[in-house]
Ligand binder design. Structure first.
Ligand SMILES: Cc1ncc(COP(=O)(O)O)c(C=O)c1O
Length: 379
């Protein structure tokens, strides 16, 4: 059996090696390393795939979030609501810009931001909501857009983990994740569903004026060459990464399908086990399984992780600490407002999930998880 990894980037690369190698060599030949034609072409390819008017490539997913917030002209102390259970980048950029993060609970079954908690957290200083499409499925965008409209708030979708997922509105129209809010952002970190071979990110919007603004901010606040109208940043997707992403984008749907197939296997293997809760698929979103995350309800999550490690199966805890309890972003809170987050921190464990898992590996992983409960807890 092939060695099991959380993410197997090498096997995925080998399947498209000659295409990718040629694309990279062409960039080398052209010497158009920065803002070359590959970047423009990738931008157009992604606009087309997502059916969004503007894609603004940038250096990584954290920059994408920061630049999105910069374009909204928020003032120091303005409040931005986001999930307490997510990767730190989402909250980090709020603090970097001297805004106030207001962290709220997530849904226990789907891990995505709880819309009732959003409503409860709104104050006169609230200016924006950042729903994070965590682990590969969309937050409830229909409800979030409704709340945002009622309260005149911006919505910045953190779509680092769900590129390619579809949100299904109640009138059955479908939109790609990241294209529904005021702005959407994503990351092309190598292990992401659409990953490059280094760092990369992008910002999406359907608003022409905002797109113009975002393009200026990513480029030193420059709207006309060497005229700096505002303080911006230097955040570029380089041409080599764009060339790689152009070769990978046509495979994104099949990559996501491969992840869903692996998730189906896990779901079936664990169905009915009283110690394991499988991730729930939201009714209004397709799931692209950036992570496959179980909840272990008998308190033995850490022991399971150790048991799997002994069998050379990597498994990760995304995420072990609530953001509101991190030193950098600490805020006083009432545990009653974070019942789900606090439970998840103790229960979640993410199993290997990528496009290259074969049946032998899946069986070994699933059998090992089940063996842990059967041998140690008399299942
Ligand atoms: C939810 C979320 N937001 C933002 C980011 C930041 O992306 P990057 O690592 O490209 O800066 C990540 C990546 O790990 C993420 O998972």
């Amino acid at each position: 059996m092939k060695k099991i990894q959380m993410v197997d980037l090498q096997s995925q690369y080998y399947k498209i090696k000659s295409e990718v190698d040629n694309a990279v060599l062409n960039v080398m030949d052209s010497a158009a390393f920065i803002n070359g034609p590959e970047v423009k072409s990738f931008q157009a390819d992604l606009e087309n795939y997502l059916d969004v008017k503007h894609v603004i490539p940038c250096a990584n997913g954290t920059d994408a979030l920061q630049i999105a917030l910069m374009a909204l002209d928020l003032k120091e102390g303005d409040e931005v609501i986001t999930a307490d259970f997510t990767f730190a980048a989402t909250v980090e950029v709020i603090h970097l810009l001297k805004l106030k993060s207001v962290l709220v609970d997530v849904n226990y079954d789907t891990f995505i931001i709880d819309t009732d908690a959003i409503k409860k957290a709104i104050t006169p200083r609230t200016k924006a909501i950042i729903p994070v499409h965590l682990f590969g499925q969309c937050s409830n965008m229909e409800e979030i857009l409704k709340i945002a409209k009622e309260h005149n708030l911006y919505v910045v979708e953190d779509n680092a983990q769900a590129i390619g997922a579809d949100f299904i509105f109640s009138d059955r129209t479908e939109k790609k994740s990241g294209t529904m809010g005021t702005i959407g952002t994503t990351s092309f970190f190598p292990s992401k569903n659409l990953g490059c071979y280094g760092d990369g990110g992008a910002i999406f919007t359907n608003d022409d004026e905002l797109a113009h603004r975002l393009r200026g901010i990513v480029n030193h606040g420059m709207y006309e060459r060497y005229y700096h109208d505002e303080v911006g940043v230097n955040s570029r997707l380089d041409s080599i990464q764009a060339a790689i992403l152009r070769k990978k984008l046509p495979n994104l749907d099949s990559y996501n399908e491969a992840r869903r197939k692996a998730a189906d296997y896990y779901d079936e293997a664990f169905a009915g086990n009283e110690n394991i809760l499988t991730p729930k698929r939201a009714e209004n979103s397709t799931h692209v399984f950036h992570q496959y995350t179980l909840r272990i309800t008998n308190g033995k999550r850490n022991e399971l992780q150790q048991f799997l490690a002994e069998k050379e199966i990597p498994a990760m805890i995304y995420y072990p600490v609530a953001l509101r309890k991190q030193k950098a972003y600490y805020q006083e809170s009432d545990p009653a407002d974070f019942i789900n987050t606090d439970k998840l921190l103790d229960q979640v464990i993410s199993l290997p999930m990528h496009t290259e898992l074969d049946e032998e590996q899946l069986k070994y992983i699933a059998d090992s998880v089940l063996e842990f409960f059967a041998s140690r807890y008399g299942e």
